[in-house]
Design a protein around this ligand. Structure first.
Ligand code: SF4
Ligand code: SF3
Length: 550
């Protein structure tokens, strides 16, 4: 069985995974994910048409988000779980079709015009083998013959997948937006419309970037309204003698629920990778003394590090990897995450995880260094006067936003070297799991302002944008005129949508690495270079020199 997937930075040989995914996705799972995307297109076509007629259904809107999120890199590797989602997709498509037809009847009378797109008439196969067979016919390459148009379609689809992840988090926090729901359907339906061309998809991709700012704003509001604005917080990276649960992923509400359910049980909760910023929310850190510390580095080190965490482990979002035998019996998944053989927790009852943690040995007393997080826009803007005065006095020469995803490639040492070489009169803003390349290094401060400011998760990119806009406002200039350089690292599709948001805001001269996406053709890259001067990273020395000269 073969596959083709090129959606992430690990795409084999820089072109695409064809035998098995570098991430661990096998051809069976790849086919099921391709079929899910195909089914979601059918669903999108009907949901979009129904909305045009004024009819909608939130269960359909929510499934669109969950379905897309499931196909993000390192989320759902479980064929059985994916088959369940495919059945739900098929039912939701039927529901959307009925919604469209009844809305048409209600408005115009008579039968609704038949939808001719093939995705709309997909009929689900009866068993797993049949589903895989169907999926094999709907790989990404089958979506367009013209490679440039396909490239633009892929940018849009991956942007939608990334936005779906953020929309899912926002929804879990009770935040939703009608315009966003409508856009998911409209944009995905467009990818099944053969009358659409290259510039349609470029336009929709920019719109996706814009829409994602709304989504990230909602997400920020969801976090802040429930847990308060993040405050700068020192987080221990060692362990203490007690039972422990390690939480990996991005979902703050999930860790809140787990913290509630573990109160007084003799269990400490540790954050892993993108959960680090959870420590900075007053609504968590002040309430739960057993939210103890941050364990390990970024996602790609889990094989090396999880064997040393003797407690239970749970993934609430990406990035899960094939669990090693040494910890397979104490790892759990939640939300859209899945790995065959890993116990999946549905809903909000974490008793099984708690039980496992209590059965596991204690963590050792092993103190480590402390790291800082919690420099969201509220915290940074609270010292804006000091920052502005520092810039005006020449004490702060430049800001570097060095952030994004981490990953396994050796070329990612670039980001460590870059951060180390940033001159002492410059401030580094960072976010997402790429920070683990340098967040245990000592950067000192400039007049009391730390030189390394961790804004939070990739989910907090909204905060980074707010900081940039506030600085531009304070200096009465555009973001592109600020002494601010964006040097980003990408891995999965959430990074794609953040990049689209930055491009929508008109931010130029962004550098991305460690390599350019395999799904961007030379012509599409030229477009991005001409319009945004987007470029690949080169060497830390050359990129620093260019940034400081600008
Ligand atoms: Fe390969 Fe990335 Fe696709 Fe996984 S998600 S199969 S690593 S391109
Ligand atoms: Fe990291 Fe997976 Fe992208 Fe949230 S946890 S940034 S890679």
């Amino acid at each position: 069985m073969s596959m083709f997937c090129n959606q992430c930075e690990q795409a084999a040989k820089g072109t695409g995974c064809e035998v098995v995914g570098v991430c661990g996705k096998n051809p069976e799972v790849a086919a099921l994910q391709d079929l899910l995307l195909y089914g979601l297109k059918g669903l999108a076509i009907y949901a979009d048409k129904a909305r045009e007629l004024g009819a909608k259904d939130e269960t359909i809107d929510l499934f669109m988000i969950e379905g897309l999120f499931s196909t993000v890199t390192n989320v759902d590797f479980d064929p059985v779980q994916l088959a369940g989602k495919l059945r739900k997709c098929y039912d939701s498509k039927k529901k959307a079709k009925a919604l469209y037809e009844s809305a048409y009847r209600g408005k115009n009378g008579g039968h609704a015009p038949q939808i001719t797109a093939v995705q709309a008439s997909w009929v689900i196969a009866g068993d797993l083998d049949g589903l895989v067979k169907q999926g094999l016919e709907h790989g990404i390459k089958s979506q367009h013959n013209d490679t440039d148009v396909l490239s633009a379609i892929e940018i849009l689809i991956y942007g939608l997948k990334g936005m779906a992840a953020y929309a899912d988090h926002a929804f879990i926090l009770g935040k939703k937006d009608e315009e966003v729901f409508a856009f998911f359907h409209k944009a995905l339906a467009a990818t099944a419309d053969s009358s659409k061309g290259l510039m349609d998809f470029v336009g929709l991709s920019m719109e996706c970037g814009k829409m994602n700012i709304t989504v990230m704003g909602m997400l920020n509001e969801g976090h802040v309204s429930q847990y308060g604005h993040p405050v700068p917080t020192k987080v221990p990276t060692g362990t203490r003698k007690n039972k422990g649960i390690l939480v990996s992923g991005h979902d703050i509400r999930m860790i809140d629920e787990l913290l509630k359910q573990t109160e007084g049980k003799g269990i400490d909760i540790y954050t892993h990778s993108e959960m680090l910023p959870a420590h900075a929310y007053p609504g968590l850190k002040q309430k739960y003394p057993h939210l103890y510390g941050n364990f390990g580095g970024a996602w790609q080190d889990q094989h090396k590090e999880f064997p040393n965490f003797p407690g239970a482990i749970i993934f609430n979002t990406n990035c899960i990897q094939r669990p090693a035998d040494s910890y397979k019996d104490r790892i759990f998944s939640w939300g859209q995450v899945g790995w065959p053989g890993v116990k999946h927790i549905t809903g909000w009852n974490f008793n099984e995880v708690i039980k496992k943690a209590l059965e596991c040995p204690d963590l050792p007393d092993a103190p480590g260094q402390e790291i800082m997080t919690g420099f969201g826009h509220n915290a940074v803007l609270a010292v804006a006067d000091k920052v502005i005065a520092g810039v005006k006095a020449g004490a702060i020469k430049h800001f570097f936003l060095i952030g994004g995803c981490d990953g396994a490639k050796p070329g990612r040492n670039y980001y460590t070297e870059l951060a180390e070489q940033v001159p002492n009169d410059c401030v580094i803003l960072t976010l997402a799991c790429g920070k683990y390349r340098f967040n245990k290094l000592e950067f000192g401060d400039i007049g009391g302002i730390p030189r390394l400011l961790d804004i939070g998760q990739c989910n907090d990119a909204f905060s980074a944008v707010q900081i940039a806009l506030a600085l531009a406002g304070a200096f009465n200039c555009g973001v592109n005129d600020l002494p601010l350089s964006f040097i980003l690292s990408w891995y999965e599709q959430k990074a794609v949508v953040i990049l689209l948001s930055l491009l929508h805001l008109g931010i130029k001269n962004i550098k991305i690495g460690p390599s350019l996406p395999a799904f961007i053709t030379p012509n599409v890259l030229n477009f991005l270079v001409e319009n945004f001067n987007l470029g690949p990273i080169t060497t830390p020395e050359a990129d620093l020199k260019a940034a400081l000269a600008a």
